[in-house]
Design a binder for this molecule. Structure first.
Ligand SMILES: Cc1cc2nc3c(=O)[nH]c(=O)nc-3n(C[C@H](O)[C@H](O)[C@H](O)COP(=O)(O)OP(=O)(O)OC[C@H]3O[C@@H](n4cnc5c(N)ncnc54)[C@H](O)[C@@H]3O)c2cc1C
Length: 465
């Protein structure tokens, strides 16, 4: 591990000159507040030495120049909703809060795009587009708390990726501060472009290791006027998740296909104080269909109901906002059962999701922890929420390590990967290094070394150099 320069009074003075005194925090309370993101396991917490809030791209650049001059690490942080320890300052140094860059600069109706600073909340982008009769398709379940810069850095997925793709598909261009403190614009507002390397897409999804995103030009879409959410309830999990390839083959082109197992239905209903159908035995699949034509919607819903009933659904109902509340509250609802838990984020080919959930649930059943299952089923992306409960630290660590070793072997054998949307962060560095082809890993390291020779931007994330 590299030894960095601790943050000295001289560095604090320089940071204050850049962003203003009140935007540099060094109190224990402030540092404690940013010692974790959504990570609940104190073993992964790490206190930064200072918390810095720049108010402009130029200030971000000046902070990076200072980090290179003095050799201290910088961890960018947006909403802090990372569940892979992405926003934790694992090597100390400073946490750089992006939340002051919070302006929607422009919405262009004719060109159908929006220019936003990186600290705008995702939900505000969705609302601003809708107010203009347009649609922003990025929709992570954390939309109320995460910021667009964080979504871009992690290439967030979410509820609508099955139809519209992940965050990287919603972007024309980004403004970036490089690890050495230069400002550049990557990408262009073009439908197509074959002009040099696609560096915007390299920085997007790099989890803040190759640049700090300060602004983005986002694509907007026409807002479909007709929409319906259907709740298909199954008592057989295999049949519930097995519906995905059937819907895809039928050409229904759903906007969302979200799965939650019965344990999640129960715990989230209790937490949300909602009385839900088939509480006792139902696993839920929420399927959304959107169209520009009313008749087409009716036909698709009819077909959807037919397919679900013919393939094992116990009930097919109109879903309403309550079902989405239930879905959104899933993770929070398990906190009451166990303050420490971990969120797995396996991704497999879309057609393998049912088999993968079945196999991994059986493997997980051999361990002493409790497991709840969610899936962005249409994306082949499954989340296991694993609860520590009363296990000792050693039992927790040993059982998780053993489960993960088996799970990752299986996932890779299916052609899957370690993360579908949450990223590697600091949490899966060892696994990424183990499961990635050495040539591919070498290419990633070469890029990181070329762009960040001192390894000052978000060190300890994705892989070690
Ligand atoms: C309840 C809940 C539901 C969730 N649902 C989803 C979901 O449906 N889909 C999904 O993909 N994820 C989901 N997540 C995970 C998380 O919300 C996403 O990873 C999100 O994109 C993180 O955004 P953030 O603003 O909170 O970023 P942070 O957590 O602050 O940061 C995430 C990473 O990006 C880096 N970073 C942050 N800002 C910048 C920037 N401006 N430039 C460069 N790097 C930066 C950080 O260093 C860190 O590595 C969920 C999390 C929770 C708690």
């Amino acid at each position: 591990m590299k030894k960095y320069q601790p943050i000295t009074p001289e560095i604090i003075g320089e940071l204050e000159k850049i962003v203003g005194e009140k935007y540099v925090l060094t109190s224990l309370a402030a540092r404690e507040r940013y010692q974790t993101d959504e990570e609940t396991d104190p073993r992964f917490f790490h206190m930064p030495e200072a918390v810095v809030s720049p108010g402009s791209t130029e200030e971000v650049a000046a902070v990076m120049q200072l980090a290179n001059k003095f050799d201290f690490p910088v961890t960018p942080r947006s909403g802090g909703t990372s569940v892979s320890c992405g926003a934790i300052a694992v090597y100390g140094g400073i946490v750089l809060l992006m939340e002051r860059l919070d302006k929607i600069e422009k919405i262009d109706l004719a060109g159908m795009y929006m220019i936003v600073q990186a600290g705008v909340k995702t939900i505000d982008i969705q609302h601003a587009a809708k107010e203009q009769g347009l649609f922003y398709a990025g929709d992570p379940c954390s939309a109320e708390n995460c910021l667009i810069g964080g979504n871009l850095a992690t290439n967030a997925g979410g509820n609508k990726a099955v139809r519209y793709g992940t965050t990287r598909n919603q972007v024309y261009s980004i403004e970036v501060v490089t690890p050495t403190g230069e400002i550049t614009n990557l990408g262009a507002r073009l439908k197509k472009c074959s002009t040099g390397y696609c560096l915007d897409q390299l920085v997007i999804g790099s989890e803040g290791t190759l640049g700090i995103i300060t602004k983005a030009t986002l694509k907007l879409l026409p807002l479909a006027p007709y929409k319906m959410d259907v709740l298909a309830i199954f008592t057989d999990v295999q049949k519930a998740t097995g519906i995905v390839p059937i819907l895809v083959r039928a050409g229904l082109n759903p906007t969302s296909v979200e799965f939650m197992d019965n344990s999640f239905v129960r715990v989230s209903s209790d937490y949300s104080e909602l009385k839900m159908p088939h509480y006792e035995d139902g696993s839920y699949v929420i399927i959304s269909i959107e169209t520009f034509d009313e008749e087409e919607l009716e036909k698709k819903i009819e077909k959807l109901q037919e397919l679900c009933m013919a393939n094992g659904a116990t009930d097919v109902l109109d879903a309403n906002e309550r079902v989405w509340t239930l879905r959104r509250n899933c993770l929070e609802s398990t906190m009451a059962l166990s303050p420490v838990s971990t969120s797995d984020d396996f991704v497999v080919p879309q057609s393998s999701i049912a088999k993968a959930i079945d196999h991994l649930s059986q493997v997980a059943g051999n361990y002493p922890f409790r497991v709840f299952t969610l899936a962005h089923a249409g994306d082949g992306n499954l989340h296991f929420q694993i609860l520590k409960g009363n296990l000792s630290d050693k039992e927790w660590e040993d059982s998780l390590n053993s489960f993960h070793a088996k799970a990752y072997e299986y996932i890779y054998a299916q052609g899957g990967r370690l993360s579908g949307e949450h990223g590697i962060g600091a949490k899966k560095v060892r696994q990424l290094e183990k499961y990635t082809d050495p040539v591919e890993l070498g290419m990633m390291r070469a890029i990181k070394k070329a762009l960040d020779p001192k390894d000052v931007l978000n060190p300890g994330k994705v892989f070690n150099i």
